[in-house]
Structure formats: structure tokens, C-alpha cells
Design a protein around this ligand. Structure first.
Ligand code: RB5
Length: 147
């Protein structure tokens, strides 16, 4: 898959391992192609700018889905959900991820650097990428109502 990845400066927060580069390496180790939508360092930036870049990559067909990182995963997920056609899910558990894919057909997973250990982010990302949308009239109708 082609996966757009974006974060604000929280994705580069010490201590190491730094989340954004580690998540990119993890995705590449699974055989995916990553589009790096920034940011690329510790300088303070605004998370909506990086959410917008990831959403654009998905909406114009350059990426299949996205992963977003900020301090909590909340702000960057909120910003992404301003885009019609984007369904970003900020998740902290495997059950949230499973249902975000199976029922909501989420096309972005947002995670929080200050909330989850890196290994748990990897686990959530792997599940996000391997869980199919369940489909069916009920879920499709609800998703359709979101535009
Ligand atoms: C940046 O310090 C922080 O506010 C941001 O990464 C995020 O947690 C917002 O939701």
C-alpha cells in the first residue's frame, strides 16, 4: 500500500526512539511505500498543516490511507476530519482500531506520541492496515451520510 504519514513536532519529541521516523521505518519494513508529508524536526509547527497534506494525498489518489501523529492524536485527527471523504480515527486500543476499520472504514489512523508507547503504535498500525471494512448496507449507509 501507499501510506501518507504526517505529524507535528510531537512526532520528533525526545526521548528516542523518535516516533515519526520509527513509524515510517516500520511501515517500510512491512513492505509499504510511504509518502512523508512532514514535519521533519522539532521546530514547533501547527498540526492542521500536516493533517491537510496527508488528506490531500489520500483525496487526490496518491495514497491509499494515512497515519497521523501529534501529542495526543486528537488535534491532528480533528483537523483531518474537516475534509470531506476523510474518516480519521484517533485510537488508543486495538478494539478501537478494529471497529474504526470494520464499521467506519477509517482511512486515517491518528496516534498520540504522549499517550501510547511506540510498540503499541506499531500494533495499532499493523491492525489498521490488515483489517478490512466489513461492508454491508448498514455501515455503508452511515458512512454515506457523512459525505
Ligand atoms: C503540540 O504541543 C500539541 O498540542 C499537539 O501535538 C497535539 O497534542 C494536539 O492535539
Amino acid at each position: 500500500m501507499i501510506i501518507a504519514v504526517g505529524s507535528d513536532h510531537a512526532g520528533y519529541e525526545a526521548p528516542e526512539p523518535l516516533y515519526k521516523p520509527s513509524i515510517i521505518s516500520y511501515l517500510e519494513s512491512l513492505g509499504h511505500v510511504v509518502i512523508d508529508c512532514g514535519t521533519s524536526g522539532t521546530e514547533s509547527v501547527d498540526y492542521p498543516d500536516f493533517a491537510d497534506a496527508v488528506c490531500e494525498a489520500i483525496l487526490n489518489g496518491r495514497a491509499d490511507c494515512g497515519v497521523l501523529i501529534c501529542g495526543t492524536g486528537i488535534g491532528i485527527g480533528m483537523a483531518a476530519n474537516r475534509h470531506r471523504g476523510i474518516r480519521a480515527a484517533t485510537c488508543t486500543t486495538t478494539e478501537m482500531v478494529r471497529l474504526a476499520r470494520a464499521h467506519n472504514d477509517a482511512n486515517i489512523l491518528a496516534v498520540g506520541r504522549r499517550i501510547l508507547p511506540l510498540n503499541q503504535c506499531f500494533e495499532l498500525i499493523s491492525l489498521f492496515l490488515s483489517t478490512p471494512f466489513e461492508g454491508g448496507e448498514r455501515h455503508s449507509r452511515r458512512i454515506g451520510k457523512m459525505g
